[in-house]
Design a protein around this ligand. Structure first.
Ligand code: G6P
Length: 475
């Protein structure tokens, strides 16, 4: 395929970095999605005349490419059955639970796989069309693992990078996937396959050796045609300065005070913020807290738990079930332990703008991030970014990628309720000096390693990697 495209840098992700907003008067426009990825990419995209290929988020939307805020956006349309089979099905009913330690049981359906192949091909063809000769293409996440090889077949001149935002599982679990070899071969189309943690990269290299039979050495895979593929870790981060500036603003400061006031000015606010997902460990966290209230360690007069759960993937069965479970637990805890005007848990099933999140982080004395498994978890980093006066305690699951860098948090095992109770009590009674010591160290990390350094780290490696290695390697 010869190139007619002009974009020197192409981002390929399941979602476009904008959300469609319908105003009260019925008019339509696009608003930049919250995530840090787009703000990190924006300067490089503008510099290189970049394009972003992605799905606008609803079924049967056929939208022409458009420009928003100087970014060239290329929508990919999914039919209603593709939303069901590719997005809700294979991506979120098969890969998501499989890659998260099988916290829920993955379902394997051949029609879902077929749809995954079809949709991945559509993304690859579009990227091949818009990329300039020898351009860089950066493919993101588990929904698009076949794109690197499909794209390489169409456009061998490109430099292709892939980054997986979620964990890459150990061979023992990955092996369950009936299409394991196809997925590995899909990823091997990239020059660099990036993971959140070194463990993910190691799992991948080991699987390639075992399942595809290619020679590997440390982080490098040697393909029979002489090409090399590098597997390495690039822990993602947030726009730290931006979050801190937001947290310091007058509006957010006032809003944080108003939140505490509305909660009855308690001595202690504990906070959880998650997409409503079964990997996030919301249930055991609320139970640990509720038991401490029932045990008389915390009193609802002076302690409150605020749990924000953002609606997510609501048509997938496992997510519906989780919502019911959390509703039931919160109802029972508040019924048993709450008092008039003093619920033990203030539960919000809603999504909020960044300003409100920053105000919540400012209002919280203790932040609980307790996933059973998580690629990184940016909420933990956002909380740290907002604690500019070096106070506040972070209770963090050792199974979140963030635990790798934020080792000065109170690390917990979410499967161990007693352990979580002990950590929560310790965090709640820590001396200010201890809080400062821990928070300072964590802040240093998120200030030094922000999303811009993450993106440039990956792209610099992709730029300097030798694209094709003619030397044949004996297997
Ligand atoms: C995780 C995934 C992303 C995904 C996001 C929201 O962070 O790694 O790829 O976009 O969840 O999920 P959704 O299904 O709404 O896109």
């Amino acid at each position: 395929m010869t190139s007619t495209g002009t974009a020197e840098l192409v981002i390929v992700a399941n979602r476009l970095p904008v959300d469609r907003v319908v105003e009260a008067d019925g008019s339509l426009h696009w608003r930049r999605s919250p995530g840090g990825l787009v703000s990190a990419m924006e300067p490089v995209m503008k510099l290189h005349g970049g394009a972003w290929v992605g799905w606008p988020g609803s079924a049967d939307d056929v939208i022409e490419p458009f420009e928003e805020d100087g970014l060239q956006l290329i929508p990919i349309s999914l039919s209603a059955s593709e939303v069901e089979e590719f997005y809700e099905g294979f991506s979120n009913g098969t890969l998501w639970p499989l890659y998260h330690d099988v916290v829920a049981k993955p379902e394997f359906h051949r029609e879902w796989w077929d749809s995954y192949v079809t949709v991945n091909r559509r993304f690859a063809e579009k990227a091949a069309e818009v990329a300039a000769p020898h351009a860089m293409v950066w493919v993101h996440d588990y929904q698009l693992q076949l794109v690197p090889q499909m794209l390489r077949d169409l456009r061998p001149d490109l430099r292709i990078g892939f980054f997986l935002h979620i964990p890459f599982p150990p061979a023992e679990l990955f092996q369950q996937l009936p299409w394991r070899r196809q997925v590995l071969e899909g990823l091997l189309g990239a020059d660099i396959v990036g993971f959140q943690l070194p463990g993910g990269a190691q799992n991948f290299v080991r699987l390639v050796r075992q399942r595809v039979g290619f020679k590997t050495h440390r982080d490098t895979v040697y393909l029979p045609d002489g090409r090399l593929v590098r597997a390495a870790s690039y822990p993602i981060s947030i726009d730290t300065a931006d979050f801190e500036a937001l947290a310091r603003s007058v509006t957010v400061t006032e809003r944080a005070a108003a939140i505490r006031e509305a909660l009855g000015n308690p001595k202690r606010v504990i906070l959880g913020v998650d997409r409503l997902d079964y990997t996030k460990g919301i249930y055991p966290r609320l139970r640990a807290y509720a038991e401490l209230v029932a045990d008389g360690v915390f009193d609802v007069e002076d302690t409150v738990f605020v749990q924000v759960a953002t609606p997510s993937r609501e048509r997938v069965e496992q997510y519906r079930r989780l919502r019911d479970e959390i509703d039931r637990l919160v109802g029972r805890v508040n019924g048993d332990l709450g008092e008039i005007g003093r619920p033990a848990i203030s539960y919000l099933h809603s999504s909020y703008p960044r300003e409100e999140m920053a105000a919540l982080y400012r209002a919280a004395d203790i932040m609980m991030v307790t996933p059973y498994r998580d690629g990184m978890n940016l909420v933990a980093k956002e909380y740290v970014a907002c604690r500019y006066d070096n106070d506040g305690a972070l209770v963090l699951s050792e199974f979140a990628g963030a635990a790798f860098e934020l080792s000065q948090s109170w690390l917990v095992n979410p499967y161990d309720i007693n352990g979580m109770k002990a950590a929560l009590v310790e965090a709640a009674s820590a001396e200010p000096k201890e809080l400062t010591r821990r928070m300072k160290a964590m802040r240093k990390t998120v200030i030094e390693k922000d999303v811009a350094s993450w993106a440039s780290g990956f792209l610099d490696d992709l730029t300097t990697i030798r694209p094709v290695h003619r030397r044949r390697v004996r297997r």
